[in-house]
Design a binder for this molecule. Structure first.
Ligand code: GLU
Length: 477
């Protein structure tokens, strides 16, 4: 990529990354164009009567690629939503799904709204009306287009959307598969809320399993004690920070939020900070560490791993030269602009790209959609049978140990852990872990073996574009 002098928009930035990858591939020009362009974007302006007057809202649902259906991608509620952003995010969904072998095309939706300005009842009216507008055009549909949570939306909004769809399609037996990220009692799946953050953890764990890749970033050893700066303590950032610190021994030395940042070289207790943010609306006045008013400046702080987990374009031409972290893990979509990507790469930084890192959300969404279509919870049939088998084995080992006069039998803790059959949560985690490992391996193989590929992002695009191209070719295009 040639670094532009001026920052391109988000969609142009994604296109530049795409173009960089296809230059190293052997695609026919027509097919290349077909894969790059966004198929359609629907814009809707609708009015809702609230507080005595009619308020008009603008929403989008963009479909990037229908090489596989349904198409998939979240719905974002934020003031910054615009067509360029939704189209860039829809393109990322296409490549993300292809990379992790989730059989969906790419889509994304957005509503220009500040959810903090409206109460719960008002949000419900607005969300239902938006869902109605999309569902009547099949832009919400179990076999055509399946939304999910994104920035500013969560289980609550998904529950309203599925209910709205059901009211409009009273005889559709697969209605609950029209959207994912639903609460458990509305057809959701265990582990979906934490899925994107869990995927970020699995992505980093997999990277650390490859000493050669660690070396490329100038790092060594395991995750224990690694210093992490994270931007955004929303659903993704919070779960990633929590799992990395509580389970892998990382030290979260910096957290950047809307109103500033907290810096603590001894490690920030994430649960404590999260409760503080939820109670007070920000990180200011947090009793531990140091408060930094210019939160963004912490992106440039000295650390081992930098995890932008909030907005797009936060690492750009204005700060790329000053980023110190040797490893940047893109938990957000598009946090690094194309120009910044060039600069960071020439400075020897290793970037684990968004289309891989945050694919945990859509991966578990896929499991939820499959669960909804099969109308049965994962593990329901096998769990007790598995336990009975394991129990038999444990009993037999104990019997052999005792007749052979061994001093000790199997420990109680081991038996308990071994005997337990996998429930839905264990199966979801296992499926997600396997997906993240496999996808990383397919990327790194291209990174290390293909001529001209210098970074993981280009490798990720090459893997994804190759798969999308394969599926178009098999359709005869
Ligand atoms: N909004 C999430 C993303 O950007 C999840 C999408 C989905 O689950 O469909 O990947």
């Amino acid at each position: 990529m040639n670094a532009p002098h001026r920052e391109p928009g988000f969609r142009d930035s994604v296109n530049m990354m795409f173009n960089h990858a296809v230059r190293l591939m052997d695609l026919t020009p027509g097919l290349e164009e077909k894969i790059r362009v966004c198929n359609s974007t629907y814009t809707v302006r609708f009015g809702v009567r609230l507080r005595g007057t009619i308020h008009t809202f603008t929403g989008y649902r963009s479909v990037h690629s229908e090489h596989m259906e349904p198409v998939k991608g979240g719905i974002r509620f934020a003031m910054g939503v615009n067509q360029d952003e939704v189209e860039a995010l829809a393109a990322l969904m296409t490549f993300k799904c292809a990379l992790v072998e989730v059989p969906f095309g790419g889509s994304k939706g957005g509503l220009r709204i500040d959810p903090r300005e409206w109460d719960e009842h008002e949000m419900e009216l607005i969300t239902r009306r938006f869902a109605y507008e999309l569902a009547k055009r099949d832009l919400i549909h179990p076999s055509q287009n399946v939304p999910a949570p994104d920035m500013g939306t969560g289980e609550r909004e998904m529950a309203w959307i599925v209910d709205q769809y059901r009211r409009m399609n009273t005889t559709d037996i697969n209605a609950s598969a029209c959207v994912t990220g639903k609460p458990l009692n509305a057809g959701g799946i265990a582990g979906r809320v934490e899925a994107t953050g869990r995927g970020v953890q699995y992505a980093i764990q997999e990277f650390f399993r490859h000493p050669e890749d660690l070396k490329a970033a100038g790092l060594e050893g395991d995750l224990e004690g690694k210093r992490v700066v994270i931007q955004g303590l929303g659903n993704v950032g919070y779960h990633a920070a929590k799992f990395l610190s509580e389970e892998d021994g990382c030290k979260i030395v910096g957290v950047i939020e809307r109103d500033g940042a907290i810096l603590d070289p001894n490690g920030i207790p994430i649960e404590f900070l999260r409760s503080h943010v939820q109670a007070s609306g920000g990180v200011k006045d947090f009793p531990r560490g140091t408060y930094v008013e210019d939160g963004q400046s912490l992106l440039e702080h000295d650390c081992d791993i930098l995890i932008p987990a909030a907005l797009e374009s936060v690492i750009n031409l204005t700060n790329a030269e000053r980023i110190k972290a040797p490893l940047i893990v893109e938990a957000a979509n598009g946090p690094i602009t194309a120009g910044a990507d060039d600069i960071l790469r020439s400075r020897g930084k290793v970037i684990i790209p968004d289309l891989y890192v945050n694919a945990g959300g859509v991966t578990v969404s896929y499991f939820e959609w499959v669960k909804n279509l099969s109308h049965i919870r994962f593990g329901r049939m096998q769990r007790r049978q598995e336990e009975a088998q394991n129990q038999m084995l444990v009993k037999e080992i104990d019997r052999i140990l005792s007749v052979s006069g061994a001093e000790h039998g199997l420990s109680k803790a081991f038996k308990e852990q071994f005997v337990r059959g996998a429930g839905e949560l264990e199966l979801v985690r296992s499926g997600l872990d396997d997906t993240m490992r496999t996808a990383y391996q397919s990327m790194r193989e291209v990174w290390h073996s293909r001529k001209g590929v210098e970074d993981l992002r280009t490798a990720a695009y090459i893997v994804s574009i190759g798969r999308v191209a394969g599926s178009y070719r098999s359709k005869g295009l």
